[in-house]
Design a protein around this ligand. Structure first.
Ligand SMILES: Nc1ncnc2c1ncn2[C@@H]1O[C@H](COP(=O)(O)OP(=O)(O)O)[C@@H](O)[C@H]1O
Ligand SMILES: [Mg+2]
Length: 387
């Protein structure tokens, strides 16, 4: 059910998942006059603060999913790991974007990689691993370093083991403690990039980026737009993302994470069929944000213009590490007093190291200038004396 009549403003939209991505989806939906009914098992998740209704139930509670689906005009997801049972049940009643087959692909690295490879799209050399013997063979064939990634359920580097010595492969496999994994050749890259692509039922496609992403401890630290790359490489990255969206038949939003290798090739790392942390800067820097585009694709509305409305932008994540303790946040007024910086907070009550609590965005004439704006503030917070 992807080619459905437009779901017009005033309708109630359904959302699986209560994190910050869902919260920002609700902000975009609300601006267009929609109400959002949230389905999330958690108590008081960030999206629940803004949702019109919150069904608090488990994803395998079929009855709860059914009555949720019957109460909304269409459903989207804020994370790709919404259990298949919930998605399948929901799709029996209303349009679901991205579609169940897209989620299924993105939930399993083995399926995702096999699909991309079959389409002739560039991925790192990899092997499927289901046993210690597979792990050993993969390390021998792919060479080291090699990275073992759980087929299902990883994020922010969780569920991954890098191996530098082939002799360590069985140990790393055991450490993962999963039934299936992929072993992936280590890619030597000069930059990590991402392109966010939106595609509607008519097959129209728009892209954002590429963003240049810098990670720290496997978590996105900051993103820059535009990436400092030759125009041809930027175009190639956008084209690659558009090709992925077409090949999957996506209706919705997808982030295509890529490596730019030291030899100048683009390799697809992974797909995230939802808004992405690297796309947060589209709220300030682009005519239509990634979140509004998610609303539009779900509702079968015309896609919005993805054009930049600022020459450059930077986004820096605010992790719980910046809190003096769980309840003592950084001095927000330093950001609020800066006319070039926009502060986003997700309303999470307790800060923990590594937990994404908010982000800062700045627009400027160049990405370097924008980055300096956000990092000046964040660095000052990080250096604030502990009492
Ligand atoms: N094959 C690889 N070669 C080099 N670095 C990698 C490779 N795979 C992952 N990484 C690094 O680890 C990060 C997280 O891996 P990724 O596959 O994107 O998992 P997730 O984002 O789900 O945790 C990447 O952004 C990249 O920095
Ligand atoms: Mg990733």
């Amino acid at each position: 059910m992807t080619d459905h009549p437009p779901i017009l403003p005033g309708a109630v939209l359904g959302l699986f998942g209560g994190g910050q991505l869902g919260r920002m989806f609700i902000q975009a939906a609300a601006r267009l006059g929609y109400r959002v009914h949230l389905f999330a098992p958690d108590d008081d998740p960030p999206a629940a603060h803004l949702a019109w209704r919150h069904t608090r139930a488990e994803y395998d509670d079929r009855k709860a999913v059914e009555s949720f689906a019957r109460s909304v005009a269409g459903i989207t997801c804020e994370f790709e790991n919404v259990p298949a049972v919930a998605v399948a049940e929901a799709a029996r009643h209303v349009p679901v974007s991205p579609q169940p087959h897209v989620l299924e692909l993105a939930q399993d690295r083995i399926k995702e990689k096999a699909f991309l490879k079959k389409q002739g799209l560039p991925v790192a050399p990899y092997a499927e691993v289901r046993s210690s013997a597979d792990a050993k063979r993969a390390a021998a064939e792919l060479g080291t370093p090699v990275v073992f990634k759980s087929a299902r359920g990883g994020y922010d580097g969780k569920g991954q083991q890098r191996v530098d010595d082939p002799a360590d492969a069985p140990g790393a496999w055991a450490e993962l403690a999963v039934a299936e994994a992929v072993a992936e050749a280590w890619v030597r890259f000069t930059a990590e990039l991402s392109v966010i692509v939106a595609r509607n039922t008519q097959g129209e496609v728009v892209t954002y980026g590429p963003m240049h992403n810098v990670h720290r401890n496997h978590i996105l630290d900051y993103s820059l737009f535009p990436a400092d790359l030759p125009t041809a490489t930027q175009k190639q990255a956008e084209q690659l993302a558009a090709t992925v969206a077409q090949a999957i038949g996506l209706v919705g939003l997808c982030c295509v994470e890529m490596f730019l290798t030291t030899t100048g090739e683009l390799i697809i790392n992974e797909l995230a069929p939802r808004p992405h942390n690297s796309g947060h800067l589209t709220i300030e820097a682009h005519r239509t944000s990634q979140f509004e585009q998610q609303v539009r694709t779900l509702c079968n509305l015309p896609l919005g213009s993805p054009h930049p409305i600022a020459p450059a932008a930077a986004m820096a994540n605010l992790l719980g590490d910046l809190w003096r303790d769980a309840t003592h946040p950084p001095a927000w007024c330093e950001a609020l007093a800066d006319p070039d910086v926009v502060l986003h907070l997700y309303g999470k009550p307790a800060a923990r190291p590594g937990r994404k609590m908010g982000h800062l965005t700045a627009c400027a004439d160049t990405a370097e200038q924008a980055l300096a704006r956000v990092l000046t503030i964040r660095d000052a917070w990080a250096a604030a004396p502990m009492e």
